[in-house]
Design a protein around this ligand. Structure first.
Ligand SMILES: Cc1cc2nc3c(=O)[nH]c(=O)nc-3n(C[C@H](O)[C@H](O)[C@H](O)COP(=O)(O)OP(=O)(O)OC[C@H]3O[C@@H](n4cnc5c(N)ncnc54)[C@H](O)[C@@H]3O)c2cc1C
Length: 363
């Protein structure tokens, strides 16, 4: 089998797919618009099934990604300081930049950087792609792993554009002030949700505040001002408050967007990862879902006697329902967090059904 496959985008999904195909005997071409492939060292949480997908792709070297698995996650009602819910199965938090570099290592020779496709024509039995460096090449399949604003989705599959979810996110990082800490914690505060994760083998703490409201809401506030939204925090959240009030750690603000996409595949062109199912970050499943896409695509594209169009159609049929369920679920959790501070309601009911009427009386 000698399919020539183009992967657009060398993010986590594109590199994982390239690795999986390479290990199965195919050498795809990966084009990446950025001149250099880098990732910031924020935490990325992967649960068991995502790690299984990485195993299926043959991706090893996990011990170099600075992983940390908390004992459990305590979910506080931010207004009362009471733990109302406990999540027992924490994901492993890895360092994103270590993970990305490790994925790149095995397939660096397949990646062309500083290049974007500029036109794509499906001839039925092949796809002709023109690149912005003037080259023109033919492929048996094109897989757009080009992220939330996917060129492939917009050009070849008719969209849609990603839209704002109603939640912005602010992240910050600091050394872990308490080496005895083994739990993760979340505090729900109505119009804001606060959480932290331990990463880099427990030596660092990554704080996150989800800010529910219009785009750019509270962007002008300092971490110390945001900490004042949570006067009742308790237990392991107290050191986090201390960091927010007294230090000025590096931080990153983003308006969280998602794209719900009906068409993932047309003949020999498909999208995967965020290009197909960018979702809100509150349940931290996006990258893992991209790895699951990559594992299935690598299997289908290398199955003997299965031609490309049915392989890609099978990918869409098998992965889309689950990815769209995750999108609905994470969006539902995000919305529920914006209307109630009760962790029990947020995490144990169908999150899409929580409404303002469910909000407990203020304490
Ligand atoms: C703040 C935040 C926190 C998150 N936390 C988690 C978490 O804890 N756990 C988790 O599982 N997920 C998390 N996610 C989601 C996760 O980051 C994404 O789902 C994942 O990175 C998507 O990977 P991707 O490769 O599909 O897309 P991307 O990472 O967006 O990569 C796309 C790549 O394609 C390139 N590209 C784009 N257009 C073109 C083009 N036209 N030509 C060539 N190249 C192109 C881009 O430069 C980029 O390198 C988080 C997301 C955010 C924003």
């Amino acid at each position: 089998m000698s399919h020539r496959i183009l992967i657009v985008g060398a993010g986590l999904t594109g590199l994982a797919l390239a690795s999986g195909l390479h290990r199965r005997g195919l050498d795809p071409l990966v084009v990446e618009q950025a001149p250099i492939i880098t990732e910031a060292g924020w935490a990325i949480g992967l649960s068991k099934r995502h790690l299984v997908a990485l195993d299926r792709l043959g991706i090893t070297g996990r011990e170099r990604w600075g992983g940390y698995k908390s004992d459990r996650t305590l979910v506080f009602d931010g207004r009362t300081g009471v733990v109302e819910h406990v999540l027992e199965d924490s994901p492993v938090m890895f360092n994103r930049s270590n993970l990305q570099l490790s994925l790149l290592e095995g397939v660096a020779g397949l990646v062309r950087t500083g290049v974007r496709p500029s036109a794509l024509t499906d001839h039925g039995d092949s796809v002709e792609v023109e690149f912005d460096d003037g080259r023109r090449e033919r492929f048996d399949a094109v897989i757009g792993c080009d992220g939330i604003n996917s060129w492939t989705r917009l050009q070849a599959l008719g969209g849609p554009e990603a839209t704002y979810t109603g939640t912005a996110e602010l992240r910050f990082q600091a050394p872990n002030p308490d080496p005895g800490l083994t739990v993760t914690a979340v505090a729900t505060g109505g119009d804001a949700t606060l959480a932290y994760f331990l990463m880099d083998e427990g030596t660092k703490l990554q704080g996150i505040m989800f800010l529910h409201g219009p785009e750019n809401n509270r962007r002008e506030l300092t971490l110390a001002q945001l900490a004042d939204r949570f006067p009742a925090v308790a237990g392991p959240l107290i050191p986090l408050m201390e960091i927010m009030r007294t230090t000025n750690p590096p931080s990153f603000y983003t308006n969280v967007r998602q794209a719900v996409v009906d068409t993932w595949v047309r003949n020999r062109v498909a999208i995967a990862g965020d290009a197909a199912h960018a979702m809100t970050t509150v349940v931290g499943q996006g990258a893992g879902a991209g790895f699951e896409d990559a594992a299935l695509l690598a299997d289908l594209l290398t199955t003997p006697h299965l031609s490309i169009p049915p392989a890609l159609a099978s990918f869409e049929a098998l992965r889309k329902p689950e990815a769209q369920f995750l999108q609905r679920y994470s969006h539902g959790i995000s919305k529920a967090m914006s209307v109630t501070t009760s962790p029990r309601k947020i995490f144990t009911s169908d999150p899409g059904t929580v409404s303002r009427a469910d909000e407990p009386a203020a304490v």
